[in-house]
Write a protein that binds this ligand. Sequence first.
Ligand code: BES
Ligand code: ZN
Length: 581
Amino acid sequence: MARLDPHSYNDSSQPEVAHLDWHAVVDFATHRLACEARLTFGRPVSGALDLDTRELEIESVLGSDGEPVPYQLHEAEAILGARLRLELPAGTEAVRIRYRTSREASALKWLTPLDAKPFLFSQCQAIHARSVVPIQDTPRIRIRYRAELTVPKELRGLMAAALVRRDESPGDGGGAVEVWEMPQPIPPYLFAFAVGELASRELGPRSRVWAEPAVLERAAWEFAEVDQMLTTAEGLFGAYDWDRFDLLVMPQAFPYGGMENPRLTFLTPTLIAGDRSLVSVVAHELAHSWTGNLVSNASAEHFWLNEGFTVFAERRIVEAIYGADVCALQAALGRRDLDDALRRFEKLPELTKLETRLEGIDPDESFSEVPYEKGYLFLRTIEEAVGRDAFSAFLKRYVSTFRFSAITTADFAALVEEALPGVLAKVGGEEWMHAPGVPANAPAPRSQRLEALERIGARVPTEAEARTFTPTEWQLYLEALPHPAERALVDELDRRFQLTRSTNYEVLVSWLQLAVESGYDPALPRVEEVLGRVGRMKYLKPLYVTLAKGPATRALATRCYNRFRDAYHPIAQQVIESILN
Ligand code: BES
Ligand code: ZN
């Protein structure tokens, strides 16, 4: 027996599930899904089959012949959840598992406000698919699926899949039944759906945006450039394999900036800044269509292969559409985030490696900018050593070699060695992939705007200088100030530039962190407002960390959390609780 993924009970000597036929009835009254999962193997199999589950209530397991299949649901472990072991009789081609999800399913957020339409959505990455479907929840095993989702008639379901049909007059209970199909095989973490009051607008021949009606128009304007991004990305990586690239603007409770669910990227509503300044997140999720969704990390230990490649591609897209200066500013901000993460992980050097050992570590807890930005810098280092043309050719070869599979850091290194012999030794690839910290040969982003910013340093910018600042430049400026800053400086910045009123969440959160650390109390009501409105962890985490650090503001952090907890996604709740304890 071999357990190759530390976050799954999957045993690589056992049969692999190839197809899922999923039936789920969405019940907003109980916050539970009543489900049937039919797992098929594509050939007759037998013997033990270990599936991942989390808080599933198993009702029955039947074999191809309709006879009960013996099973045992083991005691749950803290990170992995509960192993469901089936004993498959000889000749089993499929099993049918009837079960219900828990009210506390870690992937699901149920929103049932009294004054608005309900909403439900999933977030399965990294290891939450098991709280929705009993499955081999490891990216090493891809599945195709067909799903039948029963939803309240007045709502619409969306899946990261292709809609086959919606039937509004089925016999039982008066719900609408939607049939979805995912013909391309996906790792389970890309299983995704949402149910709510949703409307759509076309953005291009392959894309539309979905959102709640109140934000639809603004969303369509913000993301209008998506087709141009798609064309640029195809130039970088080859043809787009997933037919459509639609966007779904989520409720505020969505815990991430974006999630690359195939055919239907999920986006936080905080991207709708009114000036298209945050659309690099769309470029990022789009790039995952190749790096992540076609070529997947074999486990969370190789997460940098998903995110480092995707940040690299995202910045290539940004450079092509918005210019080299914009790209360099974003890379500079990335470097700053990376240095912050390295400082945070000073006592956990394992988490500053690209390839990590994560046995006994929850991927939601170890999440950081390291795989993103250190991964990006590693690829840039190789690119600079071999030249852009050679590296672009390598990117295409990487995708075509590994498409629809899951790979490790060693698989990546072997292909680099084959395609670009000698380059790993030349750039110190071993150190990059396997040592903590950032090697000294990491390239530094350079641009004229960056130099102009450095010249301003820690003084208050003039009105003329500030007028030309993009949100990224404001962020770079604010984050370069000493933390805490002189109270007089903070006062003057807010008086001159109304930063507490900023509506760009990137700028606002950088400012609020500085303000709280500098003891600038007039910002506290705004901090509270943000914590009560936004569910994106990228903003919640630094604000809660900053409040919790200060003896004077720690009580405020706890008070806010107790007040707003129910509005946060279960994944965010868990992460914030570990900050506050
Ligand atoms: N796949 C990630 C989000 C994710 C990572 C969810 C790990 C669960 C576990 C997504 O592509 C991402 O990286 N989002 C970033 C966007 C940014 C880097 C442009 C985010 O949410 O901030
Ligand atoms: Zn990503």
